[in-house]
Design a binder for this molecule. Structure first.
Ligand code: BES
Ligand code: MG
Ligand code: ZN
Length: 475
């Protein structure tokens, strides 16, 4: 969907009306005014006027109510309108909102644009599989040019993230995934360097190499870098994403049907990092950010890492692998070690890391833990709440770390049976010596069924939340 600069001929017209300012009634006939006032009295949220192929929707807005939950309702209403326009074959939507707060207009437009997504590349016949609405027109006086540019940059980034998640591993090996990052970098304007297996071996990334042992496809380690004009931070914010392009569990094989069926989503953290880099570079934010993605699939090949094997992470830490399905933490360990060379201001990792995070907070929130100061922890939580990518913080008490003691090595990759999302985070913490935030998106990265403007499949969680956080606090 594109920002449209002139009104296309056949557009559904949607007007947001400030309910506290009855001036708008002046533009309606006497009969219409009676009808509208009756609708307001009956607590209706909208009305429609249709004649001669002209179709107008009007929504009543309480412009004072800009609470995050209310903005989310506006996104959902935007998506409902999109669904109507789609089934009635309208190719364009014109959004008018004179006098209505920009935040509400933005949220409504966001719901339309985020909902307007299809992953259809693998259908041989595209009819009925494509989006219908192609244009969204908003006057600059209703939503500023700059806000519209931000909106479309974030929507594009979110759709890119979803595309990467939805692409099956049959078409997206680690090498192919890295090639997509190179492409994204060229498009948005950030540098991308792909390290291949030989270089990964030279760097002694024993976590990434161990997980890759059962695979016939080589691993990659991708470094993305963007330094905006007049970047305010000297040391970068490093974003790390788990890039397991498919997780079978390895020799500790996942049972199927059930737990393996949606595991092409196991690179959602990496996909969010790519989307974030894309959005940040597209908007030319004055920040210095680095994205790190260790990528591989996790399979039970002949040479696969076995339970009780001992491996060595790139900082020399030895790990007893007790369960090959706890692979995410092994590849992330090497990436977190690599992040040290930047002397980073802050490191944020995103990972579909544990089923425990899903059990703890369901699919409504991501589990968040970290050693960064309170301002950062609260700032991310607030940004997440604002864009409705909610987070729930858990403690990093040493007790959870004690569960990782091994009989034969420095650590094992498996905690006790409870609160597995926290022991996983404790494992990661071992490889950090900088302010760090870990976001476990196992429950939020993938939708098993459509939820309003988040269709079935990859959600793109993390992109809007962290963009807002970085924009507000570092630019
Ligand atoms: N990729 C999974 C976690 C996951 C679960 C992602 C559900 C998305 C949805 C991860 O690699 C995994 O297998 N974790 C194990 C860890 C366990 C063996 C300690 C888990 O959570 O069961
Ligand atoms: Mg696993
Ligand atoms: Zn995994």
């Amino acid at each position: 969907m594109k920002k449209q600069s002139s009104i296309p001929p056949a557009a559904v017209q949607v007007t947001l009306l400030d309910i506290s300012n009855k001036q708008f009634l002046k533009s309606f006939s006497k009969a219409e005014v009676d009808f509208i006032q009756n609708e307001i009295k009956n607590k209706k949220d909208k009305f429609t006027i249709q004649h001669f192929g002209d179709c107008r929707f009007y929504y009543f807005v309480d412009t004072k109510d800009r609470a995050p939950a209310t903005l989310e309702k506006w996104r959902v209403k935007g998506n409902d309108l999109l669904a109507w326009a789609t089934s009635n074959k309208w190719e364009a939507i014109q959004l008018l909102s004179s006098g209505v707060d920009e935040e509400i207009t933005y949220a409504f437009a966001e719901g339309i644009a985020l909902g307007n997504y299809r992953f259809n590349k693998h259908y041989t016949k595209k009819e009925g599989k494509e989006t219908v609405v192609r244009h969204l027109f908003i006057q600059d006086s209703h939503l500023s040019e700059a806000k519209q540019r931000r909106l479309f940059a974030l929507v594009n980034a979110n759709h890119l993230t979803r595309d990467l998640i939805n692409e099956p591993s049959s078409h997206q090996s680690a090498e192919q995934f890295s090639a997509q990052m190179v492409k994204a970098g060229k498009e948005a304007g950030f540098s991308v360097k792909v390290l291949h297996k030989k270089q990964i071996e030279t760097l002694k990334m024993g976590g990434l190499l161990a997980v890759n042992k059962g695979s016939i496809e080589p691993p990659t380690f991708t470094i993305m870098e963007y330094k905006g004009p007049k970047a305010k931070n000297k040391q970068p914010i490093v974003l790390v994403g788990k890039g397991v392009v498919f997780d079978t569990g390895g020799l500790s094989l996942k049972p199927t049907p059930g737990s393996m069926d949606e595991m092409k989503c196991d690179m959602s953290g990496a996909a969010a990092v790519v989307g974030l880099m894309h959005a940040i570079a597209s908007c030319k934010l004055p920040v210095y950010v680095v994205g790190l993605v260790p990528a591989t699939d996790n399979r039970p090949g002949m040479n696969a890492v076995a339970p009780q094997d001992v491996i060595t992470i790139s900082d020399g830490t030895t790990i007893e692998v007790m369960n090959t399905d706890a692979e995410g933490r092994l590849i992330l360990a090497d990436a977190l070690v690599y992040a040290k060379r930047y002397n980073p201001e802050l490191v944020i990792d995103l990972a579909t890391l544990t089923g425990a995070a899903v059990r703890a907070v369901g699919t409504y929130a991501s589990a968040i833990m970290g050693t960064a100061d309170e301002k950062v922890m609260k700032g991310i939580a607030q940004s997440g709440f604002d864009v409705w990518e909610r987070t729930m913080e858990f403690p990093l008490w040493s007790d959870y770390g004690d569960e990782l003691k091994s009989d034969v090595a420095d650590m094992k990759n498996l905690g006790g049976g409870n609160a597995g999302h926290i022991s996983a985070a404790k494992f990661l913490q071992h490889f950090t010596d900088y302010p760090w935030v870990h976001i476990d998106i196992a429950g939020t990265a993938w939708n098993s069924g459509a939820q309003a403007y988040r269709p079935k499949g990859g959600t793109g969680v993390g992109v809007r939340m962290l963009f807002k956080f970085i924009e507000q606090n570092y630019s």
